[in-house]
Design a protein around this ligand. Structure first.
Ligand code: DGL
Length: 258
């Protein structure tokens, strides 16, 4: 099955590029369009209704641009809006959720930590999944302020280090052996997180799993492109410079209202 239309990927900002990179690496022949809704970031503090409305607006733009499949590269948007998106649009959606299952199943201490946004941790979808692991103590921590600092380009600031210390120290004291990064922005913090966590604590994020799932859905339902490698397209609806720099200035970022 062949389908040469692009894959659409969206997030509130630059975080979803951690997922986009995994997709681009696994499926280099697929055209991709990435949307950073950074005018409306962060999503994490918003109501479910706002997150659904923003997600639909992003999806409308990607569908206008002929996307064949949409990756919701944002845990907050997935856990609050993917059901509504699937109900309203006739196109496959792939979402990202905190990887509780592999962490809980592999944990020896039966204590795991989850760092995510308020919106994700409050969502019904997240709480239903968490309830399935009654034998594991799940320490939930909202990463207040982290996304804003990343979006402002302050990844390595002393303020970031202080926040991470505050959020991770109680988890270390509670004897976690897995830390789940439940927000697509947080993989960019892994070098700093590693400086705080003892070595035996594993860090998990879901980027590669989402890329593999995208490949499966293309194979089974949508079709792969047969046009060979093509330049990805990036859009931001506010300042494009942080997105550009997280992509190592390798790609142009188009600033456009959507
Ligand atoms: N990167 C997003 C997530 O995975 C959203 C963060 C935000 O905008 O608060 O949750």
């Amino acid at each position: 099955m062949t389908n040469n239309n692009p894959i659409g990927v969206f997030d509130s900002g630059i975080g979803g590029t951690s997922i986009w990179s995994a997709i681009h690496e696994l499926l280099p022949n697929e055209k991709t369009i990435y949307l950073a809704d950074n005018k409306n970031a962060p999503y994490g503090q918003r109501t479910k209704e706002e997150i659904v409305a923003l997600s639909k607006k992003n999806v409308d733009f990607l569908i206008e641009n002929n996307c064949k499949l949409i990756v919701v590269a944002c845990n907050t948007a997935t856990t609050n809006a993917i059901r509504e998106l699937r109900a309203d649009y006739d196109i496959p959606f792939i979402g990202i959720e905190p990887a509780i299952k592999p962490a809980a199943n592999n944990s020896k201490t039966q204590v795991i930590g989850i760092l995510a946004t308020q919106g994700t941790l409050n969502s019904e979808l997240f709480n239903k999944t968490a309830e399935m692991f009654q034998n594991t103590t799940i320490i939930e921590q909202v990463g207040h302020g982290l996304v804003q600092l990343i979006e402002d380009g302050n990844l390595n600031s002393p303020e970031m280090t202080d926040l991470l210390e505050t959020y991770l120290r109680p988890m270390i004291d509670a004897n976690i052996d897995y830390l789940v990064l439940g927000c697509s922005h947080y993989p960019y913090l892994i070098p700093q997180i590693k400086k705080i966590l003892p070595e035996h604590i594993q860090i998990i994020d879901s980027g590669e799993a989402v890329a593999r799932q995208t490949q499966n859905v293309l194979r089974e339902k949508v079709g792969f492109s047969d046009e060979g490698e093509s330049e990805p397209v990036f859009y931001a609806n506010a300042n494009p410079s942080v997105l550009k720099s997280i992509l190592d200035n390798k790609y142009e970022v188009i600033q456009k209202d959507f």
